[in-house]
Design a protein around this ligand. Structure first.
Ligand code: CU
Ligand code: ZN
Length: 367
């Protein structure tokens, strides 16, 4: 079929929205009609050329939600009409990682996905007979996508798909960091550095986990107001003195849980130093720049502080995303404030500009 898609032709250049070909789903694959897709930093990171593993040409986008249109042979997990959220982090349910409760890093299709192919090593996307590669196994800056069934979370049809799209990446990453990776305990004190989509999700996750005190640190008063709306009990503008301010707020000890959601390695260091001696856990959610390293004085670790990393919030997507969406439907989460701009696919580059200008939390493409 022919459809419109936003193609990354060259690094550092605007995406080019154009007609491309999409082949029918093969065995174990699903054709999804996209209804909404968020514009995320990872798309921009790859488009800019900063991501060393990036490739062109490809169709970007990975924060999608839509409706199953058709299924290939041997598809048992979804059927036409199902509402789904796309998962760049799939869940095969069978690999050694899927069978362990300790990680969400499914191994089933990793290699091919990282190179821009579907699990059988080919693409469904093409243009004038030339293959066009997929991105993050999702390629959701397009009217339709073909994805493996293990990379789709079947969600409640009651959930508005515009908000559901945010659960495909940013929001789930933050929620999961608090609920799954850190496993925040009721009554605890948490600090979240960064109040973008992921940080705000972490604030909401800490609240859902029953944290007593949630401190949010960011450079923007406007985003800090959003953090208060998600359950932050204290907020302040970050800077060199952030660690000292947190120590002052916590009787000199630091927080039980800290979360870093900026991608800045200096802030990551602050998150480690602001964690409590004895048991403080610092969870890193942000993606640092190429070649950057996190500087940690070993004494902080000897004193009982721990550091964790979190990819997609440690969530096992097919199980955990529908459950989070059910909590949203039940009124435990307020997703509307995150959608700051609604744009068309044609305007996808404006979504990148808004992100670079730090204007709003999320632009969502409505198809
Ligand atoms: Cu993302
Ligand atoms: Zn797996």
């Amino acid at each position: 079929m022919r459809m419109r898609a936003a193609v990354l032709e060259q690094f550092g250049q605007p995406l080019v929205v154009q007609e491309v070909e999409l082949a029918e789903p093969g065995p174990g694959e699903v054709l999804v009609r996209l209804v909404a897709c968020g514009v995320c930093h990872t798309d921009l990171y790859t488009a800019s050329g900063a991501d060393p593993s990036g490739y062109v040409p490809c169709v970007l986008g990975h924060e999608g939600a839509g409706v199953v249109e058709r299924v290939g042979e041997d598809v048992t997990l979804v059927r036409p009409g199902d509402h789904v959220v796309t998962l760049f982090s799939p869940q095969c349910g069978e690999c050694v990682h899927c069978r362990s409760p300790r990680t969400n890093l499914c191994l089933a299709i990793r290699e091919q996905q990282n190179r821009g192919y579907l699990p059988d090593g080919t693409t469904r996307l093409s243009r004038a007979g030339e293959p066009l590669r997929h991105f993050m196994g999702t390629s959701t800056f397009a009217e339709y996508t073909v994805m493996p069934q293990i990379a789709l979370a079947k969600i409640s049809p009651e959930a508005p798909l515009e908000g559901a799209a945010l659960f495909a990446c940013g929001l789930s990453t933050g929620l999961g960091a608090a609920l799954r990776t850190a496993k925040v305990e009721p009554g605890s004190t948490c600090v979240v550095f960064g109040a973008g989509m992921v940080g705000l999700g972490a604030v909401a996750g800490c609240r859902l986990a029953g944290a007593e005190r949630i401190v949010c640190v960011d450079l923007s008063q406007e985003r800090l107001r959003l953090a208060s709306g998600q359950g932050a009990t204290d907020t302040f503008v970050g800077g060199e003195d952030a660690v000292q301010r947190i120590l002052d707020m916590t009787g000199g000890f630091g927080a039980d849980y800290t979360f870093e959601a900026t991608g800045n390695v200096h802030v990551m260091r602050q998150a480690v130093e602001a964690a409590r001696m004895g048991w403080g856990l610092a969870t890193m959610c942000g993606v640092a720049g190429k070649g950057e390293t996190l500087d940690v004085i070993p004494r902080w670790l000897i004193q009982g502080r721990r550091i964790a990393g979190s990819s997609f919030g440690g969530l096992k997507g097919r199980e955990d995303v529908p459950a989070l969406i059910d909590r949203w439907i039940a009124g435990e989460l307020d997703v509307d404030p995150f959608v700051s701009h609604r744009i068309s696919l044609e305007d996808v580059n404006r979504g990148f500009e808004l992100m670079e200008a730090q204007d709003g939390i999320r632009s969502v493409i409505a198809f």
